[in-house]
Write a protein that binds this ligand. Structure first.
Ligand code: ATP
Length: 236
């Protein structure tokens, strides 16, 4: 079976500075795949390149067999890819409900009730805070809202940029419990994380990004047992 996402020889960067070099990886339908790496490895740059917020300088990005490398970001969303950025990037002065509405394609006033109900079922706290301004939410609630907003577009594939970033450790558990619900529902997920323990316990497989290159890949179990990961990432 063809992968849902096939990143093929992608390079990108900022102006004349190349950050990512010849990146290759695949995500199959219903899989949860993590890209792990430390600060500045290029993880955020990679997601931005897939969303074409940063143009790729070489390579192809096949989504369900179609090369999307030159598609504008809104078309990429319309194909069913939801990009949940680092820190959520919410509309601070809008309510929780209005933020969810912004996640639909065309900001429909009455987006399908069933979609909203499903989001509220996964994140009951969002229903409780429906009328509250996004800026008044706690860090963990903001992260849940940004994931909920991504789900409002009814994606086939979600890309999450460091969902544990800036969140108290206890709340990181909550966020990851929610992500495992999405996994059980069969959503295909690409997860970018610095927090390797969390990432490798959720994902089935992972790729290790160092200085803009993929240096290792394997099942989460293989990586958790690898000497390189233990030494450089887990401090064991
Ligand atoms: P973190 O976990 O700290 O977010 P990351 O792995 O996501 O790190 P990126 O944010 O992709 O890393 O950054 C990769 C490299 O690109 C870094 O060296 C960073 O300084 C550089 N970089 C990021 N944004 C820009 C920019 N707008 N202009 C120039 N260089 C940038």
């Amino acid at each position: 079976m063809n992968p849902m996402l096939h990143v093929n020889e992608i390079s990108s960067g900022y102006g004349k500075i190349t950050i990512l070099r010849d990146i290759n990886f695949q995500v199959k339908e219903n899989e949860v795949v993590a890209i792990i790496g430390s600060n500045g490895a290029g993880k955020t740059t990679l997601l931005k390149t897939i969303s074409n917020l940063i143009p790729a300088t070489t390579g192809k990005i096949l989504f369900q067999g179609k090369d999307i490398v030159k598609f504008p970001p809104h078309m990429i969303t319309q194909l069913g890819i939801a990009h949940i950025p680092e820190g959520g990037k919410l509309f601070a002065n809008m309510t929780v409900y209005e933020n969810l509405l912004m996640g639909t394609y065309n900001h429909r006033k009455n987006f399908q009730k069933s979609v909203l109900e499903e989001i509220y079922q996964i994140f009951p706290v969002l229903k409780k805070r429906e009328k509250q301004l996004a800026k008044t939410l706690s860090g963990g609630e903001k992260q849940m809202l940004s994931i909920g907003r991504g789900l409002a577009s009814q994606p086939k594939f979600i890309m999450l940029d460091e969902p544990s970033q800036g969140i108290a450790p206890k709340l990181v558990d909550d966020i990851y419990n929610k992500l495992s619900i999405l996994k059980e529902k069969g959503l295909t997920i690409l997860l970018i994380e610095q927090n390797i323990n969390y990432a490798l316990h959720l994902a089935e497989r992972a790729y290790v990004l160092e200085n803009g290159k993929i240096v290792m890949d394997g099942s989460s179990e293989e990586l958790l047992n690898s000497e390189h990961i233990k030494k450089h990432y887990l401090g064991l």
